[in-house]
Design a protein around this ligand. Structure first.
Ligand code: SF4
Length: 353
């Protein structure tokens, strides 16, 4: 047995004993594996499991997903972030069903679909069809960097290519899907970022970083010099007889197509004049009586920090425009609309109290 064969056999053996009992591991249906892969790009397994079960319950197959609306899919996805991924899933489903196709299980067909990159196509095709594809997530990068003591940064193309080449060479002849999942699990449970279980590691004799004890400095990652932008978003709670005014977001950003309250972005605090201007753009006629801050909260995104202010607007007169971008939604129906997480969290509190 070669060293590479020994490596994959030891990892597969470890997996047999330590495999986590996850719902998507009970199937080889490409549709379900696709759903799990896209969800797990967004969140940890613990939170992702509930989203997966709910998504599969709501859309058990490609056909049911294809018949859904954007709003329903976004509602199921609410809180996961990167909402364009959910829209891509819906559009892929519609396209495949229209072409009378089932969800593909091979890399060449998968990679043609919108929102499916090398990682996801490799994962689905290796799990469902045993295609010889290496799957590299952060866990695999860490394990391979340590075992082969790779000093090239893993967030640069040279390091990525090197690790991809090694990982591909290590693939076993069969059970490729299991092996790929095993290596990711091994990184996530055993060869962890902090306190890897080196003492009881089945591959410690092969691990170069263990031998020279530089584990904590592998993998190497170049720090990006990024300063996050801070934004102040003022949301206006305008209601009328147990109805709330909301609007659909059309801006091309991560919250595109979700719903929100009318919003004013400011550099610093809000001013009376800005609220008047905003109401004038939304309503035909109005009389502003008061505006009161009822909640201030923060939300961190990967690229920016958001300060969110919720202002209760009181008016003595409110006349709607004939054609308006606003939707007037009864309080009890608001929860049916998909909102960005910090807004839905606030609305849940507000509409209950
Ligand atoms: S010996 Fe330690 S660092 Fe090396 S693979 Fe095993 S757990 Fe990871």
């Amino acid at each position: 047995m070669t060293n590479n064969e020994m490596f994959s056999q030891l990892i597969l053996h470890w997996y047999k004993k330590n495999k986590r009992n996850l719902p998507w591991r009970k199937t080889k249906e490409p549709y379900k594996i696709w759903v799990s892969e896209i969800i797990l790009q967004q969140t940890q397994i613990s939170q992702g499991t509930n989203y997966y079960l709910n998504f599969i319950k709501t859309f058990p197959n490609l056909k049911s997903l294809s018949k859904s609306t954007e709003s329903n899919v976004l509602k199921t996805w609410e809180g996961l972030g990167y909402y364009s991924r959910a829209i891509n899933m819906l559009n892929n489903a519609k396209l495949l069903v229209k072409q009378n196709k089932t969800f593909p299980n091979n890399y060449d067909e998968l990679i043609k679909l919108k929102g499916i990159g090398e990682y996801t196509a490799s994962a689905i095709s290796s799990i469902c069809k045993n295609e010889k594809k290496a799957v590299l997530d952060g866990n695999v990068f860490r394990v391979i960097s340590r075992v082969f003591n790779i000093s090239d940064p893993i967030n640069q193309s040279r390091g990525k290519k090197k690790i991809h080449k090694i990982t591909f060479k290590l693939l076993p002849k069969k059970n490729i899907g299991d092996y790929n999942q095993a290596l990711m699990d091994f990184g996530s449970i055993h060869c962890t970022i902090k306190n890897p279980k080196c003492d009881v590691c089945p591959i410690k004799n092969m691990c170069q970083s263990f031998k020279i004890q530089n584990i904590q400095s592998r993998p190497v990652k170049l720090k990006k010099n990024t300063t996050k932008k801070t934004r102040n978003l003022n949301y206006l709670i305008i209601s009328c007889k147990q109805n709330l005014y909301i609007k659909k977001r059309l801006q091309n950003d991560i919250w595109k197509n979700l719903y929100e309250l009318p919003m004013i972005e400011t550099n610093e605090g809000i001013r009376h004049k800005l609220i008047i201007q905003s109401l004038a753009s939304l309503f035909k006629d109005f009389k502003l009586k008061d505006f009161v801050l009822i909640k201030k909260t923060q939300h961190k995104l990967s690229h920016q920090n958001l300060n969110l202010f919720f202002w209760k607007i009181t008016t003595s007169k409110l006349k709607e425009k004939k054609s308006s971008i606003l939707l007037k939604v009864p309080f009890k129906e608001v929860s049916q609309y998909p909102f960005p997480k910090p807004i839905s969290k606030y609305l849940d509190e507000y509409l209950i109290t």
